[in-house]
Design a protein around this ligand. Structure first.
Ligand SMILES: [Zn+2]
Ligand SMILES: [Zn+2]
Length: 173
């Protein structure tokens, strides 16, 4: 959603509430596109502070469907998004103190962009369907959370044992 905030940028000491919602139903990150669920309408409060600063505040929540890192099952990951931005107004231009600002262009605020910036910062480094997810069998591809497979997994065990031996040797020195 794009909202026109050019008036408030130019109007000293003005406060305005904007009813916002997300237009996108998915978010691109790395090499994937992830569906967005349960995004609700929310309010953004924009304040022109003495013609010097523009603050943008609001919060909302949504879920993003991300596959489990071990078994690839879809997981709905909740995101709590808190928007709290202070931009400097200088010669009717907006300057962000925390680097590049891509969500306002020529007086138009791109609500999706604003939210996506926050989401990407909070993106989890690891997503698991449950903390003890068994993952997928590297041999037959079976989801081991559903049922164990009959594959011989002893191939991996000797190597692990070897590592343990080396570790032990180091310890004894
Ligand atoms: Zn899993
Ligand atoms: Zn298997």
């Amino acid at each position: 959603m794009i909202i026109d905030i050019s008036k408030i940028i130019l109007t000293k000491d003005k406060t305005q509430q904007y009813a916002c919602s997300l237009s996108s139903d998915s978010i691109d990150y790395m090499h994937g596109s992830f569906p967005i669920n349960n995004s609700k309408p929310f309010e953004l409060s924009i304040v022109n502070e003495g013609g010097k600063n523009l603050t943008i505040r609001g919060n909302t929540g949504l879920d993003i469907t991300i596959p489990c890192d071990r078994c690839l099952t879809d997981v709905d990951v909740p995101f709590d998004i808190v928007i709290d931005k202070t931009l400097r107004i200088s010669d009717d231009l907006l300057i962000s103190d925390d680097g590049e600002m891509t969500y306002i262009n020529e007086g138009k605020l791109d609500v999706d962009r604003l939210l996506f910036d926050e989401i990407l910062v909070d993106w989890p480094s690891k997503v698991l369907c449950r903390h003890d997810c068994e993952g997928i069998c590297p041999k037959c591809g079976a989801n081991l959370n559903i049922a164990p497979c009959d594959c011989d997994k002893s191939v991996i065990d000797p190597r692990m044992a070897k590592f343990q031996d080396v570790f032990k040797e180091f310890k004894e020195v």
